[in-house]
Ligand binder design. Structure first.
Ligand code: SF4
Ligand code: SF4
Length: 427
């Protein structure tokens, strides 16, 4: 991720990036990555693959996307785990998750959005408007969704700057809500077929379902191995793997994670871990942490604790459920997609008791000593739901600390003090 390396300059120029600002961003991120990731002791050998992918995040992977486009494939960008990636792949397009985890381009974003908009929304506006993100620029279509109000209204404006399509996501889980979502899945299928000129057949969709399930299974296996004490992997590395899952080639990525799991299994057998045995074990729960939002895991693990799970869309919420692979016909597969996606327990849903159950389940399975509830400032769904999470965890006897923050480092010291005090209280 070098800001000096300009072998991709021509490609970035074609994607209409602001080369000066982009170079500066890569320089800062490279330094941040060195400090947070490469300075860790005892990392798994398999993390070299992730370091390589991150190092080439705006290089080789973008080159792959532009080559795919030259061969006639379309690139579809998404912001939310509600968008069924299987349909994108079955339409022979490439699916990329668009990160929005840095405080960049805020000046431009705030010309269109209120200042008190959550960092994630301001960030995806900023990356686009300041011409910093080659992924956004490479997209033939960007898919938004009507989850929280900020995103829903934001996409109306974002559509002026990028080819945007919005899927309607219901707010509840009734039969009527499922029917609405099914209609939206079918509308999205038609949109993709029109975009790519390819028909989504049962064979193509079955293959896409298997491919995405393979990636979910690999991440589930990795997640389960973190129940070991000492934990075989740091929370920082596990978060990075879950982040990279959104834009790497799914087949190559699954192979790399499967190999990493074998290495982790060896460590678990040998009682080896990244943090000393007895280090306090933390479950993170709440808003997604998009690349390069590594602030909180860095602070938590800097306090001597180890993060053993992420109850988040960049974590277990994205990988917990598989799509049923049994149906052999297109209609059955669409039903299976609807069933699977409607299990997502985002705080945008009401009521959302399943999420409370899942947090308790994860805390128990991963033997967490406490839960850190993380919400971005101005995110109403997660900041409000935090109260219900606290009440439930209190009843279960699981300590919880509630944190609200953004992408800036201005509150790092204050957060560190609060996290350290919380970790000290854990039994
Ligand atoms: S938290 Fe909700 S809105 Fe955000 S990515 Fe997850 S499902 Fe989508
Ligand atoms: S963090 Fe909250 S406010 Fe921001 S996009 Fe996600 S759900 Fe919406």
């Amino acid at each position: 991720m070098s800001g000096q390396d300009n072998k991709y300059e021509q490609m970035w120029r074609k994607l209409d990036l602001d080369l000066g600002a982009h170079d500066q961003l890569l320089g800062v991120l490279g330094q941040f990555y060195n400090d947070i990731y490469l300075s860790q002791q005892g990392r798994l050998k398999g993390m070299e693959y992730l370091d390589f992918v991150l190092g080439e995040v705006h290089g080789l992977r973008i080159q792959e996307l532009t080559e795919a486009k030259a061969r006639g494939r379309k690139v579809v960008g998404t912001f939310c785990v509600f968008v069924p990636e299987e349909l994108v792949l079955a339409a022979e397009a490439v699916c990329v998750g668009l990160c929005a985890g840095a405080e960049a381009g805020y000046d431009q974003a705030e010309q269109h959005l209120p200042r008190n908009t959550c960092a994630l929304i301001k960030s995806f506006f900023g990356f686009r408007l300041a011409k910093l993100c080659p992924y956004t620029s490479a997209c033939d279509l960007i898919v938004g969704e009507t989850t929280c109000d900020g995103k829903k209204k934001g996409y109306e404006i974002f559509g002026e700057f990028a080819p945007t399509y919005v899927m309607e996501v219901p707010q509840g889980k009734s039969a009527a809500a499922k029917a609405l979502f099914k209609a939206e899945v079918l509308r999205f299928k038609n949109k993709l077929e029109a975009l790519t000129g390819k028909t989504i057949t049962a064979d193509k969709l079955a293959a896409a379902i298997k491919l995405v399930n393979r990636r979910r299974r690999a991440l589930q296996r990795l997640g389960a191995l973190r129940a070991a004490d000492p934990s075989p992997i740091s929370g920082r590395d596990a978060l990075l793997i879950n982040q990279v899952a959104f834009y790497d080639d799914p087949e190559r990525f699954s192979g790399a994670v499967e190999k990493l799991c074998e290495e982790m299994e060896d460590r678990v057998k040998a009682y080896q871990g990244i943090a000393p045995g007895g280090a306090k074990r933390i479950l993170l729960s709440g808003c997604p942490m998009a690349v390069p939002n590594w602030k909180l895991p860095w602070l938590v693990e800097g306090s001597g604790a180890v993060i053993v799970g992420e109850e988040s869309c960049i974590g277990a919420r994205a990988t917990r459920d598989l799509v049923n692979e049994e149906p052999g016909d297109l209609e059955g597969m669409i039903e299976a997609l609807v069933e699977r996606y409607m299990k997502i327990d985002c705080a945008c849903f009401t009521p959302n008791d399943q999420r409370l159950d899942h947090i308790v389940e994860m805390a128990r399975e991963l033997r967490a000593d406490g839960v850190l509830h993380y919400a971005l400032q101005f995110c109403q769904p997660y900041t409000i739901e935090a109260q219900r999470v606290k009440t439930r965890l209190d009843a279960e006897g699981i300590p919880m600390l509630r944190l609200e923050t953004d992408y800036s480092l201005a509150d790092a010291e204050q957060l560190k003090t609060r996290v350290e005090a919380f970790v000290e209280t854990l039994g």
